[in-house]
Design a protein around this ligand. Structure first.
Ligand code: SF4
Ligand code: SF4
Length: 133
């Protein structure tokens, strides 16, 4: 009986002096691995034009059909990208996305990349939410 108590006490003390394995999320965030694939970002060129040209290669590469791209033609009065077309609608369904990164690899203009953000509380990430800066 006393042996059991001592063993229990030793276990307790051992855990008291050990470094905690929990963190105070969200005040403290663990860094992710460099190759971690989190939330997508659509990028712009320095002059403000969107890198996305609405080609839908990302949508074609997506194994779960999570991407919806609706392309529209640029005009001299309304120009959003340097190419002939731009993505009028760009949606990613995060209920489907498996974060494989195929869309990122397929993009010819490096318009879409996957960052380190993992706090996804959107139902559907729409074009206006995805564009950086
Ligand atoms: S990461 Fe994979 S599953 Fe998600 S949108 Fe891109 S290609 Fe589709
Ligand atoms: S993100 Fe890239 S692959 Fe997808 S439509 Fe835009 S330019 Fe094409």
């Amino acid at each position: 009986m006393i042996g059991d108590m001592v063993r229990g006490l030793v276990t307790t003390i051992k855990h008291v002096i050990q470094r905690p394995v929990t963190i105070e999320y969200p005040e403290v965030r663990r860094p992710v691995q460099p190759r971690f694939k989190g939330r997508h970002w659509l990028h712009r060129y320095e002059n403000g034009l969107e890198k996305c040209i609405g080609c839908s290669l990302c949508a074609a590469a997506c194994p779960v059909e999570a991407i919806w791209v609706e392309a529209e033609v640029n005009t001299d009065d309304e120009r959003y990208s340097p190419g002939e077309r731009y993505a009028k609608t760009y949606e990613i369904n995060y209920l489907r996305c498996i974060f494989c990164g195929y869309c990122e690899d397929a993009c010819p203009t490096e318009a879409i990349t996957m960052g380190h953000m993992y706090e996804l509380s959107l139902y559907v990430a729409r074009r206006r939410d995805l564009h950086q800066g």
